[in-house]
Design a protein around this ligand. Structure first.
Ligand code: ZN
Length: 143
């Protein structure tokens, strides 16, 4: 059993690469994969996705065209979570474009995390972080 099962709630902190200061998620991802291929990281160290993330990836994730870099068996699945004021602490899992535009219409500053996950080996990594809601609307308005 994974340590993540031991009552640890799902949160932004469960998303690898979500740490402050990490700007280039692709670079961080490549680094991790290289470390694994060089044998400096074991598979269980990089394939430790939270059970909630794997469940979301399996049930509502959208399949990407990218094959899992670790097990090289399955296509990665993408899940989008939105975190912010008046949203659940574990984030809102967004599955449709309509849902995303509704969140984007809010005045609150929200943050969307796009995560890739492999439902076979439990590899996971943050792909993109996007501003949603108030902040991006102000930027669009140019003021
Ligand atoms: Zn995999």
């Amino acid at each position: 059993m994974s340590t993540a099962d031991a009552g640890g709630g799902f949160s932004a902190g469960s998303l690898r690469g979500g740490a402050r200061g990490v700007v280039d998620h692709r670079l961080a991802r490549r680094h991790l994969i290289n470390e694994f291929r060089r044998g400096r990281l074991r598979q269980h160290e990089v394939c430790d996705a939270h059970p909630e993330l794997i469940r979301a990836a399996r049930n509502i994730g959208s399949e990407s065209r990218v094959t899992c870099p670790i097990c090289q068996e399955s296509k990665l699945r993408l899940v989008t979570y939105v975190f912010g004021t008046r949203l659940p602490a574990q984030g809102r899992c967004v599955t449709t474009a309509a849902e995303m535009s509704a969140l984007n219409a809010r005045s609150d500053d929200l943050t969307a995390y796009v995560v890739e996950a492999c439902v076979d080996c439990r590899w996971h990594h943050l792909l993109r972080v996007l501003p949603v809601g108030g902040q991006s609307k102000r930027l669009a308005a140019g003021s």
